[in-house]
Design a protein around this ligand. Structure first.
Ligand code: G3H
Length: 547
């Protein structure tokens, strides 16, 4: 029976990729997008140097031969261009005296609103490129775009609120003061391939709106989708506020860091890269880092867990966007008493997931954008098998080019790479346990500390876990998968998983510093303050209430 299922799956997986004519017209790429322009200092510059060709994870069947679809190319610029962008960002910031950092909050908000309106007009192009560049499903690509727009509007509202509460004076111990938040300087922003638009913008937008200037390096996979937005950046902000960096990260980023002119590094990526980059800055004390890094989120399924809920949430947690979320559940500890029932239900549910191309209706499993990933996943599955684990679901681990069918691997133990490494793909390691100390010990020994999911129905048992777990990770999810949202919730992690906190309101704080104006509460000083306020002579020292 299982063999039959595996054979059926094998056949389907062998024919997963479409012929050109089978691609629905609305998702066809009219022509490859050969980006030759990049944005620096308010100008679209033309690049005539080497370029990186972008191949989609989607292969196309041409008379039985599969070739990855070429979707375009982008500049492989070098150090000189990166340093020119850095100069432009420094000039625009002008040590805090530039037009942008001294602009009023209301004026900056107006620019971001203007940008967002123009961004929305590019939705179709961006969504289509999301699908082609990283293989994200149409539904998730639309969700990523919409969530990003909502995030921008929520950021604007949060900033208005912050500004309103800073529009008053404080009087304490005979000192009169007004306390606001000021920008930090030049921000180097690098986003990840899995949420190339959303996660990039959850740092980029708060960074800009707080008055910083920006060097923006799009992720290696997920670069072209930013191209339709460059004109909106150019026309919505003063020159030099947003500057793009193209090229191999290892060529261009070290020079930027070594210059000592980057004030904030914001990166969603690996802790290894973040560590290296921070150390390149000549004055680390002048560098603020806001980082979202590696994670190996754990789910614990207690013996009394509601199996339907646990399986449903673990399925979402492990396989949404093929397991390529930093917040994905990447290892599941299941109590011995229910592990057989759990595995049987989980494998059944995995079998129901639809796989195919990103535009297929109801699809949830799609090709993977990282070229080395299928080999890596095959290796970790093989290694686990060599150490005694089995692939529990029919067809688990079958592959065709960039597509890998999910594998439930059991029982996983500490000899296997799957036990510790962040697989970032559709492989689900399951570990049996008897003593609750076992998964806790896993977290104690872990280099990661982002989130955990606990499945159970006994309130006392859950309560006993909450207290140790909140000090090991940053979010404990009860009977729910791990996730970042809602975006008003703090998103952070311990150990190698993060530095700083992101959420709509936390990000505004992360990309700014408190500054204040203070004076002795005397008649003469009160008079000076009143004149400044009445004549609107300062943007900082002001009581204007943003509506
Ligand atoms: O890759 C990490 C993303 O921030 C995950 O966001 O948990 O809302 O899907 P999400």
């Amino acid at each position: 029976m299982a063999n039959n299922q595996t054979e059926l799956l094998r056949e389907k997986i062998q024919t997963i990729f479409p012929a050109e004519a089978q691609i629905p017209a609305e998702f066809q790429l009219a022509a490859p997008l050969h980006q030759r322009q990049y944005l620096v200092d308010g100008k679209m510059k033309t690049w005539d140097g080497p370029c990186h060709t972008v191949f989609s994870p989607i292969y196309v069947d041409q008379n039985g031969e599969l070739t990855p679809k070429e979707i375009g190319s982008y500049p492989l610029a070098g150090e000189a261009e990166a340093l020119a962008a850095l100069d432009a960002a420094c000039r625009a910031y002008d040590q805090g005296r530039g037009e942008w950092p001294t602009m009023s909050v209301a004026e900056r908000i107006a620019c971001v609103e203007d940008f967002t309106k123009k961004m929305i007009l590019q939705k179709k192009a961006v969504v289509n490129l999301l699908m082609w560049e990283i293989g994200k499903t149409y539904a998730d690509s639309v969700k990523e775009f919409d969530r990003t727009v909502e995030y921008i509007y929520a950021t604007i509202d949060a900033l208005k609120e912050l500004d309103r509460s800073s529009s008053r004076f404080v009087i304490d111990q005979g000192i009169l003061g007004q306390i606001r938040r000021s920008p930090l300087g030049v921000v180097l922003c690098m986003g990840p391939f899995n949420y190339p638009l959303n996660e990039t913008f959850t740092t980029l937008i708060p960074a800009i709106i707080m008055g910083n200037t920006l060097l923006f390096k799009p992720p290696k996979h997920g670069t072209l989708l930013h191209y339709p937005l460059l004109e909106a950046f150019r026309t919505s902000f003063p020159p030099g506020v947003v500057n793009t960096i193209y090229g191999r990260g290892s060529n261009v980023v070290p020079k930027l860091m070594e210059s000592g002119k980057v004030n904030v590094l914001t990166l969603i990526g690996s802790s290894r890269v973040a560590d290296q980059l921070k150390k390149m800055h000549p004055k680390v004390n002048r560098l603020k880092a806001i980082l979202g890094l590696d994670a190996k989120n754990l789910a614990v399924v207690l013996p009394n867990a509601d199996l339907d809920t646990a399986v449903k949430e673990c399925l979402l947690g492990t396989l949404s966007f093929n397991g390529q979320r930093c917040t994905a559940i990447k290892i599941i500890y299941v109590h011995q008493q229910i592990v057989d029932a759990f595995l049987s239900k989980l494998t059944e549910e995995v079998g129901k997931l639809k796989f195919g191309m990103p535009w297929d209706t109801g699809v949830s499993l799609t090709p993977l954008p990282e070229p080395q990933k299928p080999d890596y996943l095959e290796n970790v599955i093989r290694e686990a098998q060599a150490y005694g684990a089995k692939v529990m679901n029919p067809g688990g681990g079958l592959r065709n080019r960039s597509f890998v069918y999910p594998a439930v691997v059991y029982p996983v133990n500490d000899k296997m790479k799957l036990f510790r490494e962040e697989q970032f793909g559709p492989v689900i390691p399951v570990v049996p346990f008897e003593d609750i100390e076992t998964p806790i010990q896993y977290l104690l020994d872990s280099d990661h500390g982002q989130q955990v999911s606990v499945f159970g129905t006994d309130a006392a048992q859950i309560a006993a876990l909450i207290d140790p777990l909140v000090n090991l990770v940053s979010r404990v999810n009860i009977n729910a998968q791990c996730q970042r949202g809602p975006d008003t919730f703090p998103f952070t992690g311990r150990k190698d998983s993060a530095e700083g906190t992101l959420s709509v309101s936390d990000a505004l704080r992360s990309f700014s510093i408190r500054s204040l104006v203070a004076t002795k509460y005397t008649e003469a000083n009160k008079n000076i303050i009143n004149v400044i306020l009445d004549n609107h002579e300062s943007k900082f020292l002001a009581t204007r209430f943003i509506l």
